[in-house]
Design a protein around this ligand. Structure first.
Ligand code: UT7
Length: 333
């Protein structure tokens, strides 16, 4: 069995900064509420030239450069998103085209907030078995175009932001460390507690248009916020613990926990519950909002740029979200 290392990290966020103050001009919300409940101060919204795939490609180019790997050495692409360019095909193939690389396989992962960690686990298996040597893993989201930006949708729309992160995963050299383990879970009975229901195969676009119901909000994301929050804090802690136990490590062995940036209050709750110091947890939701599958790779890339994520660090990644799905990874960076 080979080992998988992260050879490069990169991210891209659109230039357009949208503050809480900006949102309060278009809906009944305010900076105090958003800050108190979520920790978010601002987020990025995509411009006309941005798409989930183009943002992913930009993040990927940064990750490739930092990895020192030519794009033509990539053997496989994994793309995690809940906001694809098209209903189908998924954005993985679009990245293959935008990068202008040979006809490698491109896989799309549909696991929302846990998508990046699920994608990491999938890529890890391909590298461990020797099937592929270098895999490009992207998490990218363009939420802003699909949110209900009225007071009706404020419980969801103030949370989410746009952006992309990418990592290059490579076969580790003899003696090098890398991904230690990954852990994935789901609980489908709560699928509709955090979901975007339509259009779907039972309620296709013509049906929605025919009814033309202004109160039909099935094509906006729905979140039972309190319910999701309560499950998130339990599952985050469980799945981090699972990763530690699987590797006979203790909480103090973690140099950096990078939780999916769902809500700063969730991250703080986990930090307190697990008795982690401030320098052991990386959060950036204050600046980007919740970018779903992109949040962990954006945070990894930013932490690396700031010198907070260093070679040799023991890093724990953990995520929870729609599905419900949750997952973790423990790795030596
Ligand atoms: O990444 C995927 C996983 N997602 C999560 O983990 C999110 C988990 N959930 C949360 O982060 C929180 O539940 C929210 C931040 C989404 C909401 O916070 P909350 O403390 O659960 O608020 P709430 O939904 O219970 O709403 C409390 C009040 C309501 O007013 P009333 O009924 O008490 O009068 C809402 O109408 O706050 C009101 N409200 C707002 N007020 C100002 C809801 N959204 C807003 C808003 N601005 N944006």
């Amino acid at each position: 069995m080979y080992k998988t290392k992260i050879s490069g990290v990169g991210h891209y966020v659109p230039d357009n900064v949208v503050t809480n103050e900006d949102l309060s001009k278009i809906m009944d919300t305010n900076d105090a509420w958003i800050t108190e409940r979520t920790g978010i101060k601002e987020r990025r919204f995509a411009g006309p030239a941005d798409s989930p795939s183009s943002m992913g490609t930009k993040a990927a180019l940064v990750a490739l450069e930092r990895a020192g790997i030519d794009k033509n050495e990539i053997d496989f692409i994994v793309f995690a998103t809940l906001s694809p360019d098209y209903y189908f095909p998924g954005p993985g193939v679009l990245v293959q085209e935008q990068l202008g690389i040979k006809e490698v396989g491109a896989l799309d992962v549909r696991n929302q907030c846990s998508g990046f960690v699920y994608g990491l686990s999938v890529a890890d298996q391909f590298i461990k078995t020797g099937m592929y040597k270098n895999i490009l893993l992207i998490g990218s989201e363009l939420h802003s175009g699909g949110l209900d930006m009225t007071t009706r949708g404020r419980g969801v729309s103030v949370i989410f932001g746009d952006g992309a992160g990418a990592v290059v995963l490579s076969r580790a050299n003899e003696g090098e460390e890398g991904i230690l383990s990954t852990h994935m879970h789901s609980e489908g009975k709560y699928a509709e507690e955090l979901a975007l229901i339509a259009p779907n195969t039972a309620r296709w676009v013509p049906t929605i248009m025919e009814n033309n119901d202004p109160d039909d909000i099935s094509y906006y994301p729905y979140m039972n916020g309190n319910f999701v929050f309560k499950h998130a804090v339990v599952r985050f802690a469980e799945v981090i613990q699972e990763a530690l136990v699987a590797n006979s490590k203790k909480i103090e062995d973690i140099d950096l926990l990078i939780p999916h940036q769902a809500n700063l209050r969730i991250s703080q709750f986990i930090q307190k519950k697990m008795a982690l110091r401030d320098d052991q947890v990386y959060n950036n939701i204050m600046r980007y909002g919740n970018t779903t599958a992109a949040s962990i790779p954006i945070a990894m890339s930013e932490a690396w740029e700031k010198g907070k994520l260093k070679r040799g660090d023991t890093v724990c990644l953990a995520a929870f979200g729609s599905g419900f799905t949750w997952a973790s990874a423990l790795l030596k960076f």
